[in-house]
Design a binder for this molecule. Structure first.
Ligand code: NDP
Ligand code: OXD
Length: 309
């Protein structure tokens, strides 16, 4: 019998308790799963960074922390955490992100706003380019960025992706490194940022890099707020360098009521809803790592704390 601590907000327990039991049963794992277990008895910690657990020191026998979120920026600097940390890669979360990104790309690609918001009832006829004539750039070719790239490719778009290490995704123009970023930005009629928040990605979109994008480009950020220098983006929107931005994530969340993004006519704010971890598929992902831990197999989706993701 192993002991699994569920360390997340109480409302998450209601959502996850049954799916986790179902996944444990399906994997043939006998476990005591609870929100409160004596720290020295805990074998695995299922974790959300906004839980009360911030000091891992007393969890002397725990083998891994299994994060319920894809983003790990709130944990990577925790010096009390010495055991392996796995991030969330969940097919449900990935599908949600693909649908959200595709929807917002299509809004910009088809120029939908012109007819949805048309107070003067103008009969304005225009023909959008076909997808095959449109360059989409995805910054970040990980679990989420790659899935979005493949779906957009399937719709016919010209898709470029950018990552830290070289990648080979069939049909996608894969670039990496500083030089790759410059080339990617020059193509970015529509840019989607799906990078993690690390010291290397902070303000990656700033006055200089935004200026490399084609004039009148669109920006979609479901990654993390600190990827964007907010002052530089407002300047680029005001000058017309960036035509419109859809922002799901911010340096401060909820976005303060007086933040200039709320009132800016070229900005759509969504409240960090691009993709949600889904309890049934996420439970299977977490339990697969527990199964691996028990079988002596390597954990999946481990975070490299030196890189920060
Ligand atoms: P992954 O870790 O799978 O992928 C991250 C990608 O970013 C990789 O391709 C990685 O490169 C690349 N990358 C990291 N650092 C750099 C760098 N310095 N330069 C260039 N490329 C870099 O993450 P996911 O795809 O699962 O998730 C991405 C982010 O999406 C999460 O970190 C989170 O912040 C955000 N997110 C937002 C949600 C929302 O609802 N808004 C929901 C879920 C996630 P390489 O492949 O070479 O390692
Ligand atoms: C995540 C998120 O990181 O919801 O999973 O942003």
């Amino acid at each position: 019998m192993i002991n699994i601590l569920f360390a997340a907000r109480p409302e998450r327990w209601v959502t996850y308790e049954q799916p986790l039991h179902d996944a444990l049963d399906a994997a043939g794992i006998t476990a005591h799963l609870a929100q409160d277990i004596a720290p020295t008895d805990v074998d695995y910690i299922i974790y959300a960074p906004n839980s009360d657990l911030q000091d891992f020191t007393p969890y002397t026998r725990a083998r891994a922390v299994l994060n319920l979120w894809a983003g790990v920026e709130q944990i990577t600097g925790n010096e009390t955490l010495k055991i392996p940390l796995a991030r969330m890669v969940d097919p449900g979360l990935t599908k949600g992100m693909v649908e959200w990104v595709t929807g917002h790309v299509m809004r910009y690609h088809l120029g939908m706003d012109a007819h949805i918001v048309n107070p003067s009832h103008a009969w304005e006829v225009f023909t959008p380019p076909l997808a095959q004539e449109r360059n989409i750039v995805i910054l970040g070719l990980g679990a989420l960025g790659t899935a979005c790239a493949q779906t957009l490719l399937g719709l016919g778009f010209r898709v470029t992706g950018w990552s830290r290490s070289p990648k080979d995704v069939q049909g996608v123009n894969c670039l990496h490194g500083d030089d790759g970023l410059n080339k990617a930005l020059e193509l970015a009629e529509i840019a989607v940022t799906l990078l993690p928040d690390t010291s290397s990605t902070t303000d990656i979109l700033n006055a200089q890099t935004l200026a490399m994008m084609p004039r009148g480009a669109f920006l979609i950020n479901p990654g993390r707020g600190p990827l964007i220098d907010d002052g530089a983006l407002i300047g680029a929107l005001d000058s017309g360098q960036i035509a419109h931005a859809t922002l799901d994530v911010f340096r401060t969340e909820p976005l303060p009521k007086n933040d200039p993004y709320w009132a800016h006519p070229q900005v759509t704010v969504t409240p960090h809803i691009a993709a949600e971890t889904r309890a049934s598929t996420a439970s299977q992902a977490v339990v697969e790592n527990i199964r691996r831990g028990e079988a002596g197999e390597p954990f999946l989706n481990l975070v490299d704390r030196a890189l920060g993701y």
